[in-house]
Design a protein around this ligand. Sequence first.
Ligand code: PAF
Length: 282
Amino acid sequence: MRRAGTVEELRSILAPERAAGRSIGFVPTMGAFHDGHRSLIRACRDADDVVVVSIFVNPLQFGPDEDFTAYPRDLERDVGLAEQESVDIVFLPELEEMYDADHSTTVSVGRLGQVLEGEERPGHFEGVCTVVAKLFNIVQPNRAYFGQKDAQQVAVVKRMVRDLSFSAEVVVCPTVRADDGVALSSRNVYLSAIERASAGVLYRALQAGESAIGSSGDVELAEKTMWQLMAEDSVVRPGYARAIDPDTFDSPVSGRPVLLAVSAKLGRARLIDNLLVTPEGS
Ligand code: PAF
C-alpha cells in the first residue's frame, strides 16, 4: 500500500494506472474506521482495479459549535486497517494541502442541502460538496463509494455529480448495523454505556415507521409513530422523524420508495439513521 500526502504525489501514482486502463475506485472518509468503512472498501475492492481511500477530517463540514476538534482520529490504526483491506493507496492530505489560507470557492446544492440535516447543521452540505468535489477532481475516480447511512449526503452528492457533470459513478452501500440494530458511526464512541443501550431505539423507530406506513402508505402516521417511540426513551432527545422522497427530500411521491429518516441526541452524541421502504402497491 502506498501513502500520498500531496495532490501531486497522488496524481503521479495514479497517472500510470489510468494510462494502463485500470479502473480507479475511491472511498472518501474522515477516518475513525469501523465495519461500515470496511464494507465500502470491500465493495470498491470487488469492483475496481485500484482502490484509493482518503482520510481527511474536513473542517468545512463542521459548524462552529460542532465536534471538529473532538472528532475521533487514529491515523495509524486506520492506515493499518486499510492495509489489511488491501487498499492500494491512502491519501492523507494535511489541511494546508486541501485548503489555501484564502480558499473561498464552495459548492452549494441549494434547497436539497438546506432541509432536514441541512436545517439542523447549516453549511454542512456545502462543506461536504466542496471537499467531495475537490477530492473527485484530485482522484478522478471511475466509481466512488458512499454509505446509505448518510442518506442525505448520498442524495446531495448524486445531485452535485449530475448538475456539475462529474464523471464518477456514485455507488451506495447498505448501512452496517450492530446486533441491536444501531447503525455503525464514528460518533458512536461518544455514547456512554447507558446511552449506547438506548441507541437501538432509532432503528426500532424506523422499523415501527415501516410497519405504520405498511399497506396504507400513511406518511403522517409513520412520522408520529417514529417520533413517539424515540420520545418514550428518557435518554433520547428526538430531533426529527420524517418520511420523504429519497432523491428530493420533499414529500414522498406515490408509487415511489419512501425514505424514513430520524435524528436524535443522546448525551453529547447526535445520531442519524434511515430506512428506505417501498409501500405496498408501489
Ligand atoms: O461521510 C464522510 O465521512 C464525509 O462526509 C466525507 C464524504 C468523507 C466528506 O468529508
